[in-house]
Design a protein around this ligand. Structure first.
Ligand code: PMT
Length: 222
């Protein structure tokens, strides 16, 4: 394994959709299945990395040889990423993190009462943006799930969150985005579009992304 491109490297991958509790039996989440993140983690493992997979709300079979940490909320995901940060070489943020959470989490099941119910939401921390500000040696790979103006939003996220690579999927395209076994993405770096890939299985795409990341680690070209 010492010959492999990621041997001796620590890769942290986030996967799935965060769960933001409203009460003990209800929550806010999204359609992320975790497939993209699991495929990335498997690829990094095959390339020789020591991998930690931070998984929110997924029901996928656990990949062999990979440390999986199950968690729920954006805050828990942030804490888990931060705990690994100083030893991380590559962070891949494939998770769909909720932008907002309930301001109050009820410790009892909320009872049905009036005709309307107002839930107040407060902003979650942006994990990628925060880590982008704390970057030292780490290669940071973000995703962008968009329904329009893919390039504009992708480049905006790449710059604002200080990413090295940004994987953008147009989630309105057939076979792309949430829940599917395939994905259709464009890859950007700080110079702009670097790859426009055809429809690929998430497994194959995971390998392409991790190979690209390995080639961009400091010292990789030597
Ligand atoms: O899990 P699957 O079913 O396989 O689906 C895969 C996927 C569509 C979820 C995946 O390919 C994907 O696009 N993941 C990112 C989805 C997303 O939340 O995108 P965004 O544009 O809202 O966020 C941009 C980036 O910032 C993401 O890397 C996200 O992890 C990160 N982020 C967002 C909000 C937040 N509070 N903290 C973050 O770190």
């Amino acid at each position: 394994r010492s010959q492999l491109p990621l041997s001796g490297k620590k890769v942290v991958v986030t996967a799935g959709g965060t769960v933001e509790r409203i009460d003990p039996v209800r929550y806010i989440s999204n359609d992320s299945s975790g497939k993209m993140g699991f495929a990335l983690a498997k690829a990094a493992h095959e390339l020789g990395a020591d991998v930690t997979l931070l998984a929110a709300n997924t029901h996928l079979p656990l990949p062999a040889g990979i440390r999986v940490v199950h968690l729920e909320s954006a805050q828990e995901m942030y804490d888990a990423v931060l705990a690994e940060w100083s030893v991380t070489d590559i962070l891949v943020k494939a998770a769909a993190v909720a932008d907002y959470r309930a301001k109050e989490v009820s410790d009892r099941k909320i009872k049905k009462s009036g005709e309307t119910l107002t839930l107040e939401l407060v902003k979650n921390i942006d994990i990628l943006e925060s880590l982008g500000k704390q970057k030292t040696k780490q290669l940071l790979i973000g995703f962008a799930a968009e329904t329009n103006d893919l390039e504009k939003y992708a480049m905006d996220k790449l710059q604002r969150k200080n990413c090295d690579l940004l994987i953008a999927n147009d989630v309105t395209r057939e076979g792309a985005g949430f829940g599917t076994d395939t994905n259709l993405v464009n890859i950007y770096d700080t110079t702009g579009l670097i790859e426009s890939l055809p429809l690929l299985s998430k497994e194959e795409l995971g390998m392409r992304i991790m190979e690209l990341a390995a080639a961009r680690l400091p010292g990789a070209q030597e």
